[in-house]
Ligand binder design. Structure first.
Ligand SMILES: [Zn+2]
Length: 270
């Protein structure tokens, strides 16, 4: 926010000083002696960072309503430097996430992606919906791997980085089955000819392309099919994680821990 906008806010001619939205707490860090700086992905206001004053005190009225991954209604006052959370009321604490380390790590992975990919103060209802759906589904989900691929794809799309899967990103021809590759740097699929010419492109199976297209169009029939093997979901995982790493240009911390946990718990899955 520029100083100019702040002035106009303060005078009340442009935007009101208080605003209300619903959000998911995607990040929290201690600030000063008793405060927390809270990052939320919200329905109407995009990603926002605001100060929850005194929220680390045991008697704080805010603290319990701003737990990680909770879905919360907040009332926020615009500040000169930092916005201030003046009221918070939990709508869904997402308690089911806390029943297993694995669920918490999936939530942490998605929250980290939301934090890295979304731009501050830019409304993105699609991204918010994707995060709410993914977190909510963990309550009954037996295939969090697929849920995570869907969430990762939706975040990439919401941030404007949806991989191209229909035409070759090298030469523009329509993609036919067999022999195609994926060039993450170029932003999507490459035809067999371009795949052969571009050393950085990786092999991709027809099934993985089909699954990603189904995710892209929200094709429930394919996504709920029992024929989706963990091997196929694992191939798509490798692709989307490579995409995400190249977009955010850093290691995905929660994902790294999640993977080491899954490799210990389910060594035969992949
Ligand atoms: Zn090509």
């Amino acid at each position: 926010m520029t100083g100019n906008e702040t002035n106009r806010n303060a005078s009340g001619t442009r935007r009101s000083r208080l605003y209300r939205c619903e959000g998911i707490v995607i990040r929290r860090r201690d600030f000063g002696e008793a405060d927390r700086l809270v990052t939320l992905l919200t329905d109407d206001c995009g990603k926002i960072r605001a100060l929850a004053k005194g929220s680390r005190r045991t008697k704080s009225r805010l603290g319990g309503h701003l737990e990680p991954y909770a879905r919360t209604n907040v009332l926020i006052a615009r500040g000169r430097n930092l916005d201030i959370i003046t009221q918070a009321q939990v709508r869904d604490p997402m308690s089911h996430l806390r029943t297993s380390e694995r669920s918490i790590l999936y939530a942490a992975h998605w929250a980290e992606l939301a934090d890295q990919l979304m731009v501050e103060a830019q409304e993105n209802r699609f991204a918010y919906g994707a995060l709410v759906r993914a977190l909510t589904s963990l309550e009954h989900d037996r295939t969090p791997g697929l849920t995570s691929r869907i969430c990762e794809w939706e975040f990439l799309s919401a941030a404007g980085f949806q991989p191209e899967l229909l035409v070759c990103t090298g030469c523009g021809v329509k993609i036919e089955p067999d022999g195609n590759g994926l060039d993450v740097e170029a932003g999507g699929v490459v035809c067999p000819r371009c795949h052969g010419l571009e050393p950085r492109s990786r092999d991709v199976s027809n099934d993985a392309l089909r699954l990603m297209r189904a995710i892209g169009r929200g094709d429930g029939e394919v996504l709920h099919s029992r024929e989706l093997s963990s091997q196929l979901i694992g191939e798509v995982e490798g692709i989307l994680i490579q995409y995400l790493r190249s977009v955010v240009d850093r290691e995905l911390q929660a994902y790294k821990i999640l993977k080491s946990l899954e490799d210990t718990l389910y060594p035969s899955a992949f």
